[in-house]
Design a protein around this ligand. Structure first.
Ligand SMILES: C[S@@+](CC[C@H](N)C(=O)[O-])C[C@H]1O[C@@H](n2cnc3c(N)ncnc32)[C@H](O)[C@@H]1O
Length: 173
């Protein structure tokens, strides 16, 4: 699963922190914290409806409220977890360039949003840090992820690695 991949990346690189863009009910972060309880985690999710974000069941308002409630209870209440209730674009400016070890992109899966995400977050990654994300799919309603990530990696001439459970990853030199 995606958390197994992230746990391996964290352990192999001795990372101490993770930023997740798009947390929903925190299934991923909860699993990671079960294995590394003291990892410093920042979750970015606005839990809001907007017209461009309507491509899955998480976009329903009732579902958002429920997801936020669950995430608060499971992880946002922990001392080592920070929730930033903003969109990716709104939150990214809070981080200095080259300050982050590991960012996991799993927010709006439309190609233009994913392209924005990878372009905005890449400069925030430290040398030897990793930009990664979910739903690198060949077909179906999330194929925008592959489209954007492939284009970004090709333009920037970066090595893209694909893991199990549709996780993509790019490590900074
Ligand atoms: C697929 S879910 C995340 C699942 C979670 N990462 C996991 O693995 O368990 C996508 C989440 O992205 C959030 N989202 C949508 N647009 C976003 C944006 N522009 N910036 C940040 N988060 C966004 C939604 O509110 C939703 O909760």
């Amino acid at each position: 699963m995606r958390w197994d991949v992230l746990l391996k990346i964290i352990k192999d690189n001795n990372y101490r922190s993770l930023v997740e863009v798009g947390t929903a009910r925190s299934n991923n972060v909860s699993k990671i914290l079960e294995s590394i309880p003291d990892l410093s985690v920042t979750c970015i999710d606005p839990y809001m409806q907007y017209s461009d974000y309507a491509n899955d069941r998480n976009a329903e308002k009732k579902k958002m409220t429920e997801n936020l409630r669950i995430a608060k209870k499971r992880v946002f209440s922990r001392d080592n977890v920070t929730h930033i209730r903003k969109t990716s674009r709104g939150a990214v400016r809070m981080f200095p360039d080259r300050s982050l070890e590991l960012v996991f992109i799993d927010g709006n899966h439309r190609a233009d949003y994913v392209m924005d995400d990878v372009q905005m977050w890449w400069p925030k990654i430290k040398p030897a840090g990793t930009l990664t994300g979910h739903d690198y799919k060949i077909k179906g309603n999330h194929k925008g992820v592959k489209e954007a990530v492939d284009r970004f990696a090709a333009i920037a001439m970066l090595e893209l690695v694909i893991y199990q459970d549709m996780v993509w990853s790019i490590k900074k030199a």
